[in-house]
Design a protein around this ligand. Structure first.
Ligand SMILES: Cc1cc2nc3c(=O)[nH]c(=O)nc-3n(C[C@H](O)[C@H](O)[C@H](O)COP(=O)(O)OP(=O)(O)OC[C@H]3O[C@@H](n4cnc5c(N)ncnc54)[C@H](O)[C@@H]3O)c2cc1C
Length: 424
């Protein structure tokens, strides 16, 4: 590797990073580099061999690796440089990166603009403080996914899954295909945390029971998991005495949430939103540090990979414009604010001048499910700006409200836009 200065450097080659790199190149950045710690491009998609990807972007229902391959091919066609098997160890606010790999040792790379696309990691047993002995056989659902789909290794024969996240439900089906018995899925909340489509296609279709308001009280086993003690919980998520039940199993999978990987962002001084655990961003996914952009699950956990791709395209365009000194800086800014029953909104701000040129998607999640028709309504200065109707709102399913250029007159000045999601 001779080139140590790039117009745009992208960290991570999942769908967010691939889209950002492609978009940066297509928007005028000449020298673009993707740095990936794994030995191939594609990120988590490579272990997602089930279908369901690309319905929005390609209007096709593709398996994860096929979806990734379409972007990997474009990366090669556009002659974007890649550094695989290479870990970014450190980044600075002035966009210097320190990377390491076996061939180069440690190198410093300077970026005109930087896109963080490191994705997220799974919450582990330690993070949810699961009591009991510490035998083998307790894994995150994503680890099991990698073993079964990539390494060809079955982690057990009889499973209990804690958490109704999408990866856990997808693995319940996958393990059933491979001949395992999935006893049940336990969810501590009174509602599903993943997509309804995954509940129907992965649990219902295979008669795998889901128990809401239930958790694992204790793991039992010395060398290997022998059983778990399940229990019902009350509204405060406290175990209800007398509800305990021993479920024999040899493996417990955890699907209890994802954490955006923002250690590098923090080092670079990027301001992090405590609700999303991702960066504060504007509609181009520009963070609080000039020239540093953030895209994909590292910003907030998406429910569909297609949205990750769209975020990557926007971030890559912003990064290319910044690197060329063409990113317009506006003196006006509209802040988005999570209103009634909204947990968070991304982006956190947008430039009203940009809205005159292009629609701005506001993406959010609700705090509490509403199993009845709802309004998703954006309000500015006490006036309704736009609203849309949905048949229901659930925490596991992201809500998108598109701000279209025809509402730009509502934002001639800086201000705050609040979104509420309420029953119709
Ligand atoms: C374990 C797991 C399993 C999942 N399974 C499914 C599924 O079955 N179906 C589904 O729809 N969605 C699934 N998802 C969600 C899926 O991850 C996202 O929708 C999508 O892949 C996010 O894209 P991304 O580009 O933001 O991140 P990722 O695809 O996670 O890509 C991030 C990339 O950044 C790299 N990286 C991170 N840090 C560094 C560093 N310091 N230096 C260099 N490279 C770095 C990583 O190696 C990775 O390749 C899963 C997520 C996880 C974490």
């Amino acid at each position: 590797m001779t080139n140590l200065h790039y117009d745009v450097v992208v960290v991570g080659s999942g769908p967010g990073g691939l889209a950002a790199a492609i978009s940066a190149r297509q928007n005028g950045a000449e020298k673009v580099l993707i740095i990936e710690r794994d030995i191939e491009l594609g990120g988590i998609l490579l272990q997602c061999i089930h279908n369901g990807f690309g319905v929005e972007v390609f209007k096709e229902d593709l398996p994860g690796p096929s979806y990734a391959q379409r972007f990997i091919q474009q990366v090669h066609d556009l002659k974007i440089d890649t550094l695989l098997d290479s870990m970014v160890l450190e980044t600075t606010p002035d966009r210097r990166l320190f990377i390491t790999n076996r061939k180069l040792g440690i190198r410093e790379i300077k970026a005109g603009a930087l896109v963080f696309a490191m994705g997220c990691r799974e919450r582990t047993r330690a993070q949810i403080r699961l009591p009991g002995s510490r035998p083998a056989g307790v894994y995150t659902a994503g680890t099991a996914q990698r073993w079964v789909n990539v390494e060809g290794y079955m982690p057990g024969k009889r499973f209990v899954i804690l958490g109704s996240g999408d990866i856990g439900m997808i693995m319940a089906r996958r393990l059933t295909f491979e001949g395992a018995k999935v006893e049940r899925v336990l969810e501590i909340m009174p509602y599903l945390s993943g997509l309804t489509r995954n509940y129907v296609q992965c649990l219902q279709d295979f008669d795998i029971p889901l128990q809401l308001n239930h958790t694992v009280k204790r793991i039992i086993g010395n060398n290997r998991v022998e059983a778990i003690e399940a229990a019902a919980v009350d509204e405060q998520r406290r175990i209800i005495p007398g509800s305990e039940e021993i479920i024999p199993c040899d493996t417990l999978l955890l699907s209890v949430g994802l954490i955006p990987e923002n250690e590098l962002s923090r080092q670079a001084g990027v301001r992090i939103d405590p609700v999303t655990a991702g960066a504060f961003v504007d509609s181009r996914f520009h963070t609080s540090v000039p020239g540093i952009f953030s895209a994909g699950n590292v910003v907030h956990v998406y429910d569909l990979v297609d949205w990750v791709t769209q975020a990557g395209l926007a971030a890559g365009k912003g990064a290319a414009l910044f690197a060329q000194g063409k990113l317009a800086v506006s003196d006006k800014v509209v802040r988005t604010q999570a209103g009634e029953n909204v947990r968070y909104i991304v982006p956190h701000t947008f430039d009203p001048n940009l809205l005159a040129e292009e629609a701005i998607p506001l993406q959010m999640r609700v705090k509490q499910p509403i199993e009845a028709p709802v309004w998703v309504e954006a309000v500015c200065n006490g006036k309704s700006v736009t609203r849309k109707a949905l048949p229901y709102a659930r925490p596991g399913e992201m809500v998108t409200l598109n701000l279209k250029p025809d509402v730009v007159d509502s934002f001639r000045e800086s201000g705050t836009l609040t979104v509420n999601i309420t029953e119709r």
